[in-house]
Design a protein around this ligand. Structure first.
Ligand code: F6R
Length: 366
């Protein structure tokens, strides 16, 4: 059932081109310039009239929520807050009837997320679920929703659930942008076309595997690791760090790249690998200067760059190339090399990749 792969995690990483396609199939009609999702269409007014959207989730799903925040705010200009479900439920949050709550959960069984949904419903908010497991508690407890079509995720470390969650959130953000008229028609259409190309670009990103294995060999005995990204890639950095720590037990932290100089830069020395997500986009020059700051302190740079990059290549110790997309959608592609890096390091350290110690696939207790 591992389809010839050594672990479920590796199989699930490689399934991403197919399941991302499954997730937008029938919903993304780029030739017609349309996005159709029943759960959104049936409740469109609730979304377009929302004063704000609150995303509740845990772990990797919370990271997808952060990407969703950036997308919905950028495309549809609706204010978004992203909260850990556990904090939200216990801090007497302000929720109004004109708030929309989006709950994101792969399993659909996470106790804190479920409790956050119940609380939001009691306060009169409209609650929309983004779940992977069909018929799960969260999918039943929400007013409406959209499934990710990632298929069963067996590896405890979430991979394909994350990229399909971002896919669903991109569809939602684009549909709301169209409904609100907050994005130019050409920009909207470009995003639809780019979304359609994501599966093949993810496929291409997967081809860096041999290069990533070599990098993993060099850094497998590290005790600490930093992940940096800006904009849409900041949540990708958080997710990269979570993946590494949960399956390889190497301490890792993700930061917005600019936060470096507010503390973490003190940690940099020749023992510290820093993984920097540096596509040739909006924040490129800023990320280049962050890389220079790290090199000046003898840190080791592993940079995830756009194909053909030269500037970062000249500075970094190692580069991993990937195809680009729009800034927002590049977050999906940039996730792939970080998953592979964590996977290979964990295998080299002889860790139980599919069932890391102390972790459960479904966290049904708080
Ligand atoms: C990380 C991971 C966890 C889950 C979190 C939420 O790889 O698997 O952090 O993302 O427990 O789970 P769901 O999405 O099922 O609510």
């Amino acid at each position: 059932e591992k389809g010839g792969y050594e672990h479920f995690m590796l199989k699930e990483i490689h399934e991403q081109p197919a399941v991302i396609k499954d997730t937008f199939r029938g919903r993304l009609l780029s030739d017609k310039g349309l996005i159709k999702m029943a759960g959104i269409e049936d409740n469109l007014q609730k979304f377009t009239n929302a004063k704000r959207i609150i995303v509740v989730a845990c772990g990797t799903s919370w990271h997808a929520g952060l990407v969703g925040e950036y997308m919905i705010e950028e495309f549809a200009r609706i204010p978004v807050e992203v909260e850990y479900a556990s904090e939200f439920r216990y801090r007497n949050p302000i929720i109004n009837e004109d708030d929309v709550v989006i709950a994101i959960s792969q399993s659909g069984e996470t106790a804190d997320t479920l409790a956050a949904i119940k609380l939001a419903k009691e306060k009169g908010a409209f609650v929309f679920g983004v779940c992977n497991v069909v018929g799960s508690s969260i999918s039943r407890e929400t007013h409406a929703g959209a499934y990710t079509h990632a298929g069963p995720e067996i590896g405890v470390a979430s991979t394909k659930a994350f990229t399909t969650q971002i896919t669903v959130l991109a569809l939602i953000a684009l549909r709301l942008a169209e409904a609100k008229g907050t994005m130019s028609k050409s920009e909207y259409l470009r995003n639809l076309l780019e979304l359609e190309l994501i599966p093949e670009k993810v496929e291409e990103a997967l081809k860096e595997d041999a290069n990533i294995i070599k990098i993993a060999e060099i850094y497998k005995d590290s005790t600490n690791c930093l992940y940096l990204g800006r904009g849409f890639n900041y949540p990708v950095a958080l997710e990269g760090a979570l993946k590494l720590k949960e399956i390889s037990y190497i301490h890792a932290e993700g930061y917005p790249a600019a936060e470096m100089k507010h503390g973490p830069i003190a940690l940099i020395d020749e023992q510290m690998p820093v993984i920097v997500i540096a596509p040739n986009q909006n924040h490129y020059d800023k990320v280049v200067s962050n890389i220079q700051e790290i090199k000046a302190r003898s840190g080791k740079i592993i940079a995830v760059v756009s194909k053909g990059d030269t500037q970062v290549k000249a500075l970094a110790d190692h580069i991993i190339e990937m195809p680009e997309s729009t800034e927002a959608l590049t977050s999906i592609i940039a996730t792939i090399p970080l998953q592979l890096l964590s996977y290979h390091i964990a295998v080299m350290r002889e860790c139980n990749v599919d069932q890391p110690r102390n972790l459960a696939k479904s966290v049904t207790v708080e």
